[in-house]
Every structure is written in structure tokens, then in C-alpha cells.
Design a protein around this ligand. Structure first.
Ligand SMILES: [Fe+2]
Ligand SMILES: [Fe+2]
Length: 147
């Protein structure tokens, strides 16, 4: 693949990342609004601060798309609407897993293109999303142990 088309692919993939970040935000907003009871209250306290963190990811990815000559689509995927705490946690876990996987691929693409600054920043995102993922794994594990 030529360098120009690799770069074009990178822009397209970053736009997919942008959509996934928007999906995470919509999901966290859904959970924050619809989590009830004691557990729901806990979930609100945990997920609430993650919303601005995910917005920062959106801003970063959108700025990178523009820096590479693209136009961010800001297309928001449809989200499922889980009604139980377990359903919310499991869906959030799935989305965070997708993020870690996608940013790992994106860091490799950035490396192949010699885009070191992007690669380093993507590796930071991998760290942050892995923290989210591990936190959610602990919460899901707790539910399994208790019920
Ligand atoms: Fe994110
Ligand atoms: Fe996340």
C-alpha cells in the first residue's frame, strides 16, 4: 500500500474510533440516567467521571483526523439500552474491550507510518481504556461472586 493510501486508511480508522468513543459516551450517559437502587447509585458514581474522560478522547481523535487532512464524521452508532446493572456493566465492558483492541491496531498503523507522536498518544489511550476495562471486569466479577 502506498504511503498516501495508508494515511487515508488511518484517517478512516480514526473516524471509526471516533464513532466508538461517541458510543461509549452515549452508553455511559444511558447508564448514568437509568441505573437505580444502591448498586445503580454506585454505578452512577463510578461512570459519571468517565464521561468527561471519554469526551477528551473524542476531542483528541477528531483533532487528529483534521490534522491528517480528514473531516470527522461524528456519526453516533446506535447503542443497546440495557435495563439491568449487570447488562449495563457487561455492555460497557464489551465497548472498552473494543477500544483497547482498536487502539492497539491503530498504534501499530501509526508506527508503520512513522507517526511517533500519534503512536505514543494512542499507547496512552490504550492504558486509559485498559484501566476502564479492568475496573469493569472487577465490577462484573463482584456481581458474579455475590449473586
Ligand atoms: Fe475512550
Ligand atoms: Fe473508556
Amino acid at each position: 500500500m502506498s504511503r498516501a493510501s495508508s494515511r487515508q486508511k488511518l484517517i478512516e480508522h480514526l473516524d471509526e474510533d471516533l464513532s466508538r468513543e461517541l458510543k461509549a459516551i452515549m452508553l455511559y450517559l444511558w447508564c448514568h440516567s437509568m441505573a437505580f437502587g444502591i448498586r445503580g447509585h454506585e454505578l452512577r458514581e463510578i461512570l459519571g467521571p468517565e464521561i468527561p474522560a471519554e469526551i477528551k478522547h473524542v476531542q483528541f481523535v477528531a483533532d487528529k483526523i483534521v490534522a491528517y487532512g480528514g473531516i470527522p464524521s461524528f456519526s453516533v452508532p446506535k447503542i443497546e439500552r440495557p435495563s439491568t446493572i449487570r447488562g449495563m456493566l457487561e455492555y460497557a465492558l464489551q465497548v472498552e474491550k473494543e477500544s483497547v483492541q482498536a487502539y492497539t491496531e491503530r498504534a501499530d498503523e501509526a508506527c508503520d507510518l512513522g507517526e511517533t507522536a500519534l503512536q505514543v498518544k494512542l499507547e496512552e489511550l490504550i492504558t486509559e481504556e485498559t484501566e476502564h476495562l479492568e475496573m469493569l471486569q472487577r465490577l462484573v466479577k463482584g456481581l458474579t461472586q455475590e449473586m
